[in-house]
Design a protein. Structure first.
Length: 385
């Protein structure tokens, strides 16, 4: 563990650990990639896009432990130009208490990215949702001057993380502060101490500390029925940022699409697609870029048959990606998992038949599925930006 005063770049031990974890993999490609098939990384880069995926450093064999698996590492190296930590940069992982940082696991992810020439995304500097605050932060005593103490704590955290990882190209500075049901801003111990200025302070501090990085507000609003208030709340938030001169560069569109989260639908109908374009048009009309930050396709309510299910997942993904990449402001496509058995969706919203889910481009045997081909086609069609 590292005390708050030691914000330097990752230690030599961490860099060596990352290199050792991937030793010999730089020249290894999965069997399916040994031919002339272009990498998704290269297809995206040729069009001015960053393509990559999430990985985690949980213990081997767990959902969040994908980077501990050499086969998963090989997929990352073969197809990804960007890497983002699943949980390791969140407050709950980095901050065991108010006095200390624990950078060990995040250092290993950063070292892997450096070793394999991958751009590093930062997720997240402030997950402004009370459910995901560490307990100590929820119960924190802000003292007689709560606004000042809240600002001290927040700016210390952001400056510490950005100084530790100066190579980050894009930060989700604030994550999920808009309540999906009401469109209102969420309340946390920090906002009770500072007011909603907490959001502005986060972005201003990030810009000062990481002037080279793109700064994003990240959220999971979608086109689905029931998300109208969420979309409206995000637009109000972005409009307020612009009016107040808050340095926000992009909207992170998480893109957890599919079936099973809020309704039984899978895909767009014409009205839904139209409403989604109206939303995106307003976002880019205010001068924001777009980043697809956490893409996967939930298949909870699709048929059990693998062939049918995989085709439906691929069809929806291709249509969605074509729409998103039609906007030249879309600069990034990050997947929230490459292989099915490491997807966070395996642990939530179980299928009625009890079957494992298939929300990513590769199955549990690391064989490519139609979703990978769909992503390749969408990237191939995308215009340069």
């Amino acid at each position: 563990m590292t005390r708050t005063s030691a914000f330097g770049t990752p230690s030599r031990r961490a860099v060596l650990a990352g290199a050792a974890a991937s030793a010999g993999l730089a020249s290894v490609k999965p069997a399916w990639a040994q031919g002339d098939q272009p990498s998704l990384r290269d297809l995206a880069a040729a069009r001015g896009l960053l393509f990559g995926s999430v990985a985690g450093m949980a213990p081997p064999g767990r959902l969040g432990g994908s980077l501990q698996d050499p086969a998963y590492q090989a997929l990352l190296i073969a197809d990804c130009g960007g890497l983002v930590a699943e949980n390791e940069m969140k407050w709950a992982a980095l901050r065991p208490d108010a006095e200390r940082f624990d950078f060990d696991r995040m250092d290993q992810i950063a070292a892997f990215a450096t070793e394999h020439d991958m751009a590093l995304r930062g997720h997240t500097l402030l997950w402004h949702h009370p459910q995901w605050f560490p307990r100590w932060l929820t119960d924190y005593d802000y003292g007689a001057r709560p606004a000042a103490e809240g600002e001290r704590l927040l700016t210390e955290h952001i400056r510490g993380v950005t100084a530790r990882y100066p190579q980050v190209v894009s930060f989700d500075v604030v994550n999920e502060t808009v309540d999906a049901g009401t469109g209102a801003l969420r309340e946390t111990s920090l906002s009770r101490a500072m007011g909603q200025e907490v959001l502005d302070v986060a972005f201003h501090t990030a810009r000062e500390a990481a002037p080279q990085a793109r700064l994003c507000y990240n959220d999971y609003m979608s086109w689905e029925a029931g998300h109208e208030a969420h979309r409206a709340g995000v637009l109000r938030l972005l409009e307020g940022f612009r009016k107040r001169g808050v340095p926000v560069d992009a909207l992170g569109v998480q893109s957890h699409i599919g079936s099973g989260n809020t309704d039984d639908s899978v895909g767009f109908d014409t009205a839904q697609e139209r409403e989604w374009r109206v939303f995106l048009d307003e976002v880019v009309g205010m001068g924001f870029d777009l980043e697809i930050t956490e893409f996967d396709v939930h298949d909870k309510n699709l048929p059990l048959d693998f062939e049918v299910r995989d085709r439906a997942v691929a069809d929806l993904a291709e249509r969605y990606l074509d729409l998103m990449l039609d906007y030249p402001q879309t600069r990034t496509v990050m997947l929230w998992g490459l292989a099915d058995h490491y997807s966070w969706l395996q642990g939530l919203w179980p299928r009625a038949d009890g079957a494992a889910k298939r929300p990513t481009p590769w199955d549990a045997a690391f064989k490519p599925k139609p979703l990978r081909a769909a992503i390749e086609r969408s990237l191939t069609r995308a215009k340069p930006r």
